[in-house]
Design a binder for this molecule. Structure first.
Ligand code: PGA
Length: 260
C-alpha cells in the first residue's frame, strides 16, 4: 500500500485526480469505480476542470458506482444518482449508457445485485476504484462486521453512518436505513484502489485501516490485502498514523513523484 500525505484537501483532491488521469492516459476505455460523499467532491471538480481544459477524455470510459440508498429514486436530491449527475456526469462526456449505479428502487434486490456483479465482469472488471472511508471505517456501505469476501448486496447502515449522513437530510429520520452496496470482495477485485480521506474526523479510521489489523470491524482495512492500493490523505486525516514520517520519506524519494 502506498500512503500519500498532502498538505490539504485541495492537494489531496488534485493528487487523486492525477491518478485517474494517469489510468485513462494508459487505458482510454478504462472502467472506473466511483464513490460519493463529500470527500471525492474536490477530485470530481478537478477532473471536470481537466476535462474542460482538454487534458482528459471520458468518451470511452465506463463507470460503476459503489452504492445507493434503498428507497430513493434517481431524481431524489440525496440519491447517489443525483449526486453523480450534479457533481460529475453532467459536466463530462461519459456516454449515458456506460454509467452504472446501483438501483435504489428495484423490485428485486437480490436479482439486481447479481446482475450488477455480472455487468462489472462483462465490462472486464474495474480498473480503478475510487473510495472514501466512513468514520466507522467502512468502505462503500460495508459497515463493521461485513464479510471481507462480500459481494454486492443490501446492507443495513450503522448508527454511526446514519448520524454522519444526517447532515445531508432535513431530519435524521429521513436517512434511509438500507443501502445497496458493492461488497468488500467486489472492491478488492478492482485492479487498482485509491482511497481519499480528509479532516480530523477520519484520523482514527485511517489509522485503523492503514496500520491496524485486517478486520471486518474496519472494512477499509481490507485494502491491506490489495496489491495496488493508494491512500491519499491530508495532514489532519494522517494525524493518527504512527509511520507518518516513513510514508513521507518514501514519497519524497519516489523518482517520478509529483511535487505538489
Ligand atoms: P464522506 O463519506 O466523504 O461524506 O465523509 C465517506 C464515506 O462514508 O465513505
Amino acid at each position: 500500500m502506498e500512503v500519500v500525505i498532502k498538505r490539504d484537501y485541495d492537494q489531496m483532491s488534485k493528487a487523486a485526480a492525477q491518478l485517474v488521469v494517469d489510468v485513462l492516459n494508459t487505458k482510454p476505455n478504462a472502467v472506473l469505480g466511483m464513490a460519493t460523499g463529500s470527500t471525492p467532491l474536490g477530485l470530481y471538480q478537478e477532473l471536470v476542470r481537466l476535462y474542460k481544459a482538454g487534458h482528459v477524455d471520458f468518451s470511452r470510459v465506463t463507470t460503476f458506482n459503489l452504492d445507493e440508498y434503498v428507497g430513493l429514486p434517481a431524481n431524489h436530491p440525496q440519491s447517489y444518482h443525483y449526486f453523480m449527475r450534479e457533481h460529475f456526469f453532467q459536466h463530462v462526456n461519459i456516454p449515458q449508457h456506460n454509467i452504472n449505479i446501483p438501483s435504489g428502487t428495484t423490485s428485486n434486490y437480490p436479482a439486481f445485485c447479481q446482475w450488477y456483479e455480472g455487468r462489472i465482469a462483462e465490462c472486464g472488471g474495474i480498473d480503478l476504484q475510487i473510495l472514501g472511508i466512513g468514520s466507522d471505517g467502512h468502505i462503500a456501505f460495508n459497515e463493521p462486521g461485513s464479510s471481507l469476501s462480500s459481494r454486492t448486496r443490501l446492507k443495513t447502515l450503522s448508527k454511526q453512518t446514519i448520524d454522519d449522513n444526517a447532515r445531508f437530510f432535513e431530519r435524521r429520520e429521513s436517512v434511509p436505513v438500507y443501502a445497496i452496496t458493492m461488497g468488500v470482495g467486489t472492491i478488492l477485485d478492482a485492479r487498482r484502489l485509491v482511497l481519499v480521506a480528509s479532516g480530523k474526523t477520519k484520523a482514527k479510521a485511517i489509522a485503523h485501516a492503514v496500520e491496524g489489523p485486517v478486520t471486518s470491524m474496519v472494512t477499509a482495512s481490507a485494502i491491506q490485502l490489495h496489491r495496488d492500493a493508494t491512500v491519499i490523505v491530508d495532514g489532519e486525516a494522517a494525524a493518527g498514523l504512527t509511520m507518518r514520517e516513513y510514508y513521507e520519506f518514501i514519497y519524497a524519494a519516489k523518482p517520478a513523484a509529483p511535487r505538489a
